[in-house]
Design a protein around this ligand. Structure first.
Ligand code: ATP
Ligand code: MG
Length: 505
């Protein structure tokens, strides 16, 4: 038996004695009770060289679940539970898989900087009679940490901090991610209504299944990783821990798919912000402040969501609008209450991106998507605000290879050379390539799918050729048109002068 085990037994005996004391102390007069308790504490302190800290599951008057207990449970679910013989599987709220923790009255040893310590999981069963088959809500669970008193500073200083941090990290890894969408503000006032509603985020897209040029993909992944690990860096340079991405490209090139892949890669929640239901800048601010850290805030089709293309308002414009707001006549002249101030403005969005985030915690990524990058105001997309501009483009051969692996599980095929040539000659979005690669019936094999794609590519090439021919013809016709109208003008002038001459005669 080790020294700790001997002491542990002694500890159990002491615990028994204390329990007996708790039951019988009422039979002692109060002053005698105080003396006995003080003396017993001193005696135990002298003899027993170990310190114990308990972490109850519920604390406070309202018996809220203690954060430290959950963190310890998660911490022990990784390292210590591997050594425990009896485990308990629980489904914890917001957790995507079962949490395995050590069962009640189980004990495990942990080690920190060469120091040994002991964790035990305890349950005090309620003495109240219960008629239910379920455990009584009065049962009390707690973890107890025991260590030698010579390590007091190390354990209370660094070890507990380490356990809580690691436990929280495990919870973050294991948490069920969510996709949030904003509720219209007309619903915000309702009882228990929140600004965002959510569903579980289970999009299957990953960077593995995302079709794009491999070097570009690696660059984006490195950028994301660097951002995720740069907490200290951002703190040092005094910048809010956020990063903006602008994804642009034609429809069906994988912008939304990329956002899902980013969220899966970083293990972040996604806030899909629908700007058209946000009335004004104040509402926008309230919504954004309620987003949590470790999240991607997405504004899709930024060019269509609102009129965000205008320049920032000048002071005079702002003053005019304020006056208009105050004066009902001016407002009517301007076109009723449908005036601009009931909308989110570009400057409202920019101000938030620039400033407020610094105050409400970090680790947020904001992604804007658009089909028409050229329509956006340069102020919105300048570097520093949107840190990275990513062009999602038509399908290249490398992208095709990812898609064909995803859809048909094929790495190479003689028809690949034809597909390669056609992809270089014509433009087709990854969405269209994917659609053509999908087997239409059970008896359609990989060769038939590839042939189908080749046919579609040839048709797209032919269509593009016809279209460009038509455009050329239109251009030529437009160039001829002014010449023709110029002729008629000349003729008219001539006629006019002939008429004038005849008048003179
Ligand atoms: N790069 C890609 N990699 C893998 N799949 C893709 C890619 N691009 C498109 N797809 C497929 O096409 C479908 C549509 O793509 P997605 O919605 O991501 O396009 P988008 O660029 O967001 O289009 P839009 O501009 O219309 O929003 C996706 O469900 C996905 O299956
Ligand atoms: Mg999209």
């Amino acid at each position: 038996m080790t020294a700790f085990e001997t002491w542990s037994h002694l500890g159990s005996v002491l615990a028994g004695l204390m329990f007996a004391w708790a039951v019988f102390k009422q039979y002692f007069p109060p002053h005698l009770r105080m003396h006995i308790e003080a003396y017993a504490h001193k005696a135990v302190g002298h003899v027993y060289p170990y310190i114990q800290i308990t972490f109850p599951e519920f604390t406070g008057e309202r018996l809220e679940r203690c954060e430290a207990y959950s963190a310890i449970q998660n911490y022990l679910s990784t390292s210590a539970s591997a050594r425990a013989k009896r485990l308990k599987a629980e489904s914890v709220k917001d957790s995507q898989s079962l949490v395995l923790s050590m069962d009640e009255n189980e004990e495990v040893v942990d080690e920190f900087e060469g120091v040994k310590l002991w964790w035990s999981s305890n349950l005090i069963v309620s003495q109240k009679p219960t008629f239910s088959l379920y455990p009584s809500p009065d049962d009390r669970r707690f973890y107890r940490l025991t260590f030698h008193r010579s390590h007091r500073d190390l354990i209370t200083g660094s070890y507990i901090k380490h356990v809580l941090e690691k436990g929280k990290a495990v919870a973050a890894d294991n948490r069920q991610r969510k996709l949030f969408t904003n509720n219209p503000s007309s619903n915000w006032g309702h009882y228990k209504a929140s600004k965002w509603s959510h569903v579980v985020f289970e999009h299957p897209a990953t960077f593995d299944t995302l079709a794009m040029e491999p070097s570009k993909k690696r660059q984006i992944m490195n950028d994301l990783l660097k951002f995720q690990q740069a907490k200290e860096y951002y703190a040092r340079i005094g910048k809010a821990w956020k990063r903006g991405y602008l994804l642009y490209g034609p429809p069906g090139t994988g912008k939304s798919t990329m956002i899902a892949a980013m969220a899966n890669f970083l293990n972040y929640d996604v806030y899909d912000l629908e700007l058209t239901t946000v009335k004004d800048n104040t509402e926008l601010r309230k919504l954004l402040i309620e987003t949590s850290a470790k999240s991607i805030i997405v504004i899709e089709d930024i060019d269509c969501s609102l009129d965000l293309t205008g320049q920032r308002k000048t002071k005079k414009q702002e003053k005019d609008e304020d006056e208009e707001k105050a004066d009902p006549v001016k407002r009517m002249v301007k076109g009723g209450d449908e005036s601009k101030d009931s909308k989110v403005t570009l400057s409202g969005l920019l101000n938030f991106i620039d400033g407020l985030w610094s105050a409400c915690g970090g680790e947020r990524i904001i992604v804007f998507t658009t089909n028409y990058v050229e329509k956006l105001d340069p102020a919105l997309i300048r570097r520093g605000r949107m840190d990275k501009h990513i062009e999602m483009s038509y399908c290249c051969y490398e992208s095709f290879k990812v898609l064909v692996r995803n859809y048909l599980d094929v790495e190479s095929h003689p028809l690949f050379a034809t597909v390669r040539r056609l992809l270089e000659e014509t433009k087709m979005t990854p969405a269209d390539v994917a659609e053509n690669l999908m087997p239409k019936s059970d008896d359609e094999d990989e060769e038939a799918c590839l042939e189908g794609l080749i046919e579609a590519l040839e048709k797209a090439k032919e269509d593009a050729r016809k279209k460009s021919e038509e455009e050329e013809e239109e251009k030529a016709a437009a160039a001829e048109a002014p010449a023709a109208s110029a002729m008629t003008e000349k003729e008219e002038q001539q006629k006019l002068s002939e008429v004038k001459e005849s008048d003179v005669r």
